[in-house]
Design a protein around this ligand. Structure first.
Ligand code: COA
Length: 257
């Protein structure tokens, strides 16, 4: 079986997931119907995190400019001030390469979550139901193997240096923000989101590597998800102390009938 098909047969992660496309970048289009994000296709009564995660019915979809406010709130709830992606940076990233992003959502009627107020009506016949952002990945591309401070920055009218920010010709996806709302951490959502994201990047063959910088305590987390620790990073973003984590991607084979 071609690799794509066998992957889809083995995991539900990407069932029906939209591809990476410039066409839905930076638009306020009505959301596409939700895609189930159940991970690995297994549920066990003995597994409390999976049971809780399944109660949430999470689904993944590409972010757009209309998600900037929710992303900003999610970031404020999960990162210390010096490590947060600002509203302006989210705007830059979602405007220029929103197709490299992904959110994990749940459909709720009422929510006291930080992202509850900023959520949009869900694609359904029940307008009171909102698509509430529980976690996100926001990324750019770079021409190097690891994430640099220039990749973490973005060009502004005051400093329009083209070395800053997203490089469309790059073959490494820089994952800048992987974050899950604190109330929903430890339920497998981070793993589900990252696996779905990486599989989509591979299926679309838009990059050869995925890279991120992580603090030491999260090295085992990323290693379990297939990243390799390349040692201390030169990046000084947010005060430094990061490690370079890189995962080589497996571009998908063309499917022939
Ligand atoms: C890091 C983060 C994204 C993980 O998401 P999560 O949904 O809480 O994690 P998951 O529930 O998917 O964990 C998946 C697995 O990793 C393990 N894990 C979680 N945190 C871990 C850690 N710090 N170290 C090692 N393993 C860890 C879990 O035990 C689980 O293992 P299992 O698959 O064997 O059951 C989330 O905790 C978060 O948003 N933290 C704050 C922001 C942040 O630091 N982001 C990372 C920036 S580099």
């Amino acid at each position: 079986m071609p690799r794509d098909l066998s992957a889809l047969a083995n995991e539900n992660t990407l069932s029906g997931m939209a591809g990476l496309s410039k066409s839905n970048k930076a638009t306020n289009i009505e959301r596409e119907p939700p895609m189930d994000a159940s991970d690995d296709g297994h549920t066990s009564d003995a597994s409390q995190p999976n049971r809780l995660r399944d109660d949430i019915h999470p689904y993944c979809q590409t972010l757009s400019l209309s998600d900037v406010e929710s992303c900003t709130r999610l970031e404020e709830a999960t990162f210390p001030p010096q490590e947060r992606c600002t509203r302006e940076k989210f705007e830059y990233r979602l405007r220029n390469c929103g197709e490299l992003s992904m959110g994990i959502f749940t459909s709720l009627k009422d929510s006291n979550l930080p992202t509850g107020e900023t959520s949009a009506p869900v694609y359904s016949g029940a307008p009171e139901r909102k698509a509430v952002l529980l976690g996100h990945i926001v990324a750019t591309k770079t021409t190097t193997l690891v994430v640099t401070d220039e990749d973490m920055a973005y060009p502004t009218p005051q400093n329009p240096d083209p070395k800053l920010g997203h490089k469309e010709e790059g073959r490494t996806v820089c994952i800048h923000s992987l974050a899950i709302l604190p109330q929903y951490q430890g339920k497998g959502l981070g793993k589900t989101l990252l696996k779905a994201y990486l599989q989509r990047i591979e299926n679309q063959s838009v990059a050869d590597n995925a890279a991120l910088i992580a603090h030491e305590h999260l090295i085992p987390y990323y290693e379990k998800l297939g990243f390799e620790n390349k040692g201390p990073s030169k990046a000084q973003f947010g005060g430094g102390g990061w490690y370079d984590m890189v995962k080589q991607l497996q571009p998908s084979q063309n499917i022939t009938s």
